[in-house]
Design a protein around this ligand. Structure first.
Ligand code: SF4
Ligand code: SF4
Length: 323
């Protein structure tokens, strides 16, 4: 987007091959024209060269990319490599085809992000701990989830729980003319403190979940009235296709499962929520007179190597106390 704002023409599937030099000066760049296929896992293949093209120029700016490269691993070590020259790695244990050798991050599964790299490191640490203790690498502690209410008082919540209608603010940029006059200028001007505070209010609070207690609901419809995105419906129960025809607002994303409550005590109908639309504003919980809706913070508990070790200490201690 930002490049297009600067009138940059984007040419896809051109793979740089060599500089074209005349009389000691660059006069062009030679590219292979590429075609790529995507496999069932969504991974792009290495591509096929379909032609060649020279683009005349008087300057070249290099943008550096990265690729996996394991030429230093001998191919007779028992480490299997796939068609992208990445080691074949078990996604649960992070162990490759050679016992006791673990991979993670981009080197294991291709480009992801730093969050995944850290998680792979944690999971590899669990495996290494188990491997060193002669334990089954797949016998891992289960994930857990904690939910705890964010209600602090009648109308007070531990997070900013309102619905904000303000549109996303675009980052202000330096004027195009100034940018070209001074190529090393910082283009993004940043938000003022007030603008940043406004942007923060647009947060969707993804860690705060709506939690519903059907037995407390008196079917007053107050939550349905106040929900700013109309994602709540009280209706007779039915199968999913049938329920979808009776939603207050028809769901656009049919892959997102609906929340369907237990039968409501007054009429036996159910509370249905289209999770795809909910913006976690908390207005339903604030309006509900009986506390049937609550906003609860979710915390995913992922066991790490230290927890595996603690589990063993606990088991040893328990065994010691009963013998
Ligand atoms: S938290 Fe979700 S369901 Fe409740 S009012 Fe806001 S958008 Fe509607
Ligand atoms: S506001 Fe509370 S009591 Fe009223 S319909 Fe919604 S959940 Fe039920």
């Amino acid at each position: 987007e930002d490049a297009e704002e600067e009138n940059v023409e984007i040419m896809v599937n051109h793979s740089p091959k060599e500089f074209v030099i005349e009389d000691g000066r660059v006069v062009g760049m030679k590219f292979d024209l590429m075609e790529y296929n995507v496999d069932e896992q969504g991974r792009i293949d290495r591509g096929t060269v379909t032609g060649e093209k020279v683009i005349p120029c008087d300057d070249v700016i290099l943008a550096i990319g990265q690729d996996n490269a394991f030429p230093w691993i001998e191919r007779d070590l028992g480490i299997e490599f796939d068609q992208w020259e990445c080691p074949v790695v078990d996604e649960t244990t992070m162990m490759c085809s050679r016992e006791g050798v673990f991979f993670g991050g981009d080197s294991a599964f291709g480009p992801k992000n730093i969050i995944w790299a850290v998680e792979h490191g944690h999971q590899a640490a669990v495996s290494i701990h188990k491997y060193c203790h002669g334990e089954d690498l797949r016998d891992r502690l289960p994930y857990g989830l904690n939910l705890y209410t964010q209600k602090m008082g009648m109308h007070e919540w531990s997070y900013s729980n309102d619905y904000d209608t303000s549109a996303r603010r675009l980052m202000p940029h330096v004027d195009l003319k100034k940018r070209f006059q001074k190529l090393d200028i910082e283009v993004e001007l940043g938000f003022s403190a007030e603008q940043a505070a406004e942007e923060v209010e647009r947060c969707l609070n993804c860690d705060i979940q709506t939690v519903f207690a059907a037995k407390l609901c008196i079917e007053c419809d107050a939550c349905l009235d106040i929900c700013p995105v109309s994602c709540l419906t009280i209706t007779q129960n039915g199968d999913e296709d049938d329920l979808r025809t009776r939603l207050k607002v028809p769901a656009q994303n049919l892959e997102q499962a609906l929340y369907v409550s237990d039968d409501l005590p007054q009429t036996g109908r159910v509370m249905v929520k289209d999770e795809d639309l909910c913006v976690h504003c908390g207005l339903c919980a604030e309006r509900c007179p009986t506390g049937a809706w609550d906003m609860q913070k979710s915390k995913l508990l992922i066991p790490y190597a230290v927890d595996e070790a603690a589990g063993e200490v606990l088991q040893t201690a328990t065994a010691g106390s009963t013998s």
